[in-house]
Design a protein around this ligand. Structure first.
Ligand SMILES: [Zn+2]
Length: 457
């Protein structure tokens, strides 16, 4: 099947240019001057639109298996398609948590059956003896949570957490041998434990108290863990990917570590940019997560995304039911943490582009090109001939209002309900096939394929 995306701009070599994009079967066949494509191809009218490489979201909480009352792989991948994402990586905090080869095989079989977009899955680097075998199953990375929940049992169960430094050292040595990257949620659990006790002793378990605990000492819970991880990465040669980058000192540490030759990449997430103010937490409580990102840190994060110190933007899409969030008004430690956003992140970023926060060039790198490159998906992330025909068509100037009614995620709510943005996803194409078009998810469960390192999906 031949298709030509025609009449609009195509993002190649760092800029949107007036070109036609030819798709043949599952691949990109060419990028050509307008009107010079094959005449027998299906024409996709992209007048007024820009085609970018499909989004690659390497940090998504799919909830299946184990928590399908929150989300499943069909609803999750519908949200991804509507949000302009063509590849997602799931996380291991499932039931059973993904820790063994058998766990991973079972999870990958579920994606194969249900996922609309391409996928991979990061198992936990928790059981040292399992680490080599997991690498043989086509994963792109491992995950470690240094955080363990204290007032709830999910989403960070003790069974999966690793914050003992000796355990971290052994895990990083084992991951280093695989050559794959270790994704870590940095968190100094010991500092968190003593700081939260102070709030609890005063009877304050509010969302604001929770946010202030996480932001204590101008970010020491994040910074202390990040410093430890970088030093361990330097000692072991383990490639490191830090999630939730959100402080000034983390950004400084990434630069210093890279100057010493440490292979560290970093991501930030939509909630740190668009939901991290104390006013957001006071208005929406646990619905916004509620990690407090003070303004001076958020400004630094925008700067680090602009200059490339922070490599990518992942959604950390983390759906929970309203019931699991409502309890947060009286006990934020009991509310399940995390907030959804894979469907809204790209429009929010385009809106930020119009506000002068980021350029289109950097935006595409953050959401598509860098994640594909960093995690070794060599056929994704750019619209180069021969690559997978993963394409997202954007209307950069469409103004619309995000609503709960438009949410594809099973939970049916978004923390952005009522927000008006300039920028929209109009079509999402995964390996040549539409998965989202004309405001409808049209992709079929089972279309998604395992996006393996190096290889074709
Ligand atoms: Zn997460």
């Amino acid at each position: 099947m031949k298709r030509v995306v025609t009449g609009g701009d195509v993002f190649v070599d760092g800029a949107a240019r007036r070109l036609d994009l030819i798709l043949e079967g599952e691949s990109i066949a060419g990028v050509v001057t307008p009107g010079s494509g094959p005449s027998d191809a299906e024409q996709i009218d992209a007048t007024g639109l820009v085609a970018i490489p499909g989004g690659v979201d390497v940090h998504v909480h799919t909830r299946e298996p184990g928590y399908t009352h929150k989300e499943d792989l069909v609803t999750l991948s519908r949200a991804a398609a509507a949000g302009g994402y063509t590849t997602i990586f799931g996380m291991p905090n499932l039931d059973p948590p993904t820790m063994t080869g058998a766990d991973l095989d079972a999870v990958l079989a579920l994606y194969d059956e249900k996922c609309i977009v391409d996928y991979n899955h990061n198992p936990a680097a928790k059981l040292i003896e399992e680490i080599p075998g997991l690498a043989e199953r086509g994963i792109a990375a491992y995950k470690i949570y240094m955080v363990v929940d204290t007032g709830r049992t999910y989403p960070h169960p003790a069974a999966i957490g690793v914050h003992d430094h000796g355990e971290l050292l052994r895990a990083m040595e084992a991951v280093a041998k695989t050559g794959l990257r270790l994704m870590v949620h940095p968190h100094d659990q010991a500092i968190m434990d003593v700081v939260e006790q102070e709030y609890w002793a005063n009877g304050d378990r509010s969302p604001a108290a929770y946010g202030k605990t996480l932001a204590t000492g101008d970010g020491i819970i994040w910074d202390s863990a990040t410093a430890t991880l970088l030093r361990l990465a330097e000692a072991t040669g383990c490639k490191l990917h830090i999630v939730h980058a959100q402080t000034i000192r983390q950004i400084e540490m990434f630069k210093q570590a890279r100057a010493r030759g440490v292979d560290v990449t970093a991501e930030t997430n939509h909630w740190a940019l668009f939901l991290g103010r104390m006013s957001d937490i006071e208005e929406q409580g646990s619905y916004v997560l509620s990690y407090y990102v003070p303004d001076h840190h958020r400004e630094a994060v925008w700067g680090a995304m602009a200059d490339g110190t922070i490599n990518m933007l992942s959604s950390d899409h983390a759906p929970h039911t309203r019931e699991e969030k409502e309890v947060g008004w009286t006990d934020a430690w009991a509310a399940h943490t995390g907030t959804p956003g894979i469907q809204e992140q790209l429009p929010l970023m385009i809106n930020a582009m119009h506000e002068g926060r980021i350029t289109l060039d950097r935006l595409v790198d953050l959401v598509s090109t860098a994640p594909a490159r960093v995690f070794g998906l060599t056929t994704k992330g750019t619209l180069a001939p021969g690559n997978d025909a993963d394409v997202t068509l954007l209307d950069l100037n469409k103004e619309w209002t995000i609503t709960n009614a438009g949410v594809e995620s099973k939970i049916g709510w978004t923390p952005y309900d009522g927000r008006t943005v300039k920028g929209a996803v109009l079509r999402t194409i995964v390996r040549g096939t539409d998965v989202y078009a004309d405001g409808q998810v049209v992709g079929k469960p089972g279309h998604g394929r395992h996006a393996k390192v190096g290889g074709r999906s």
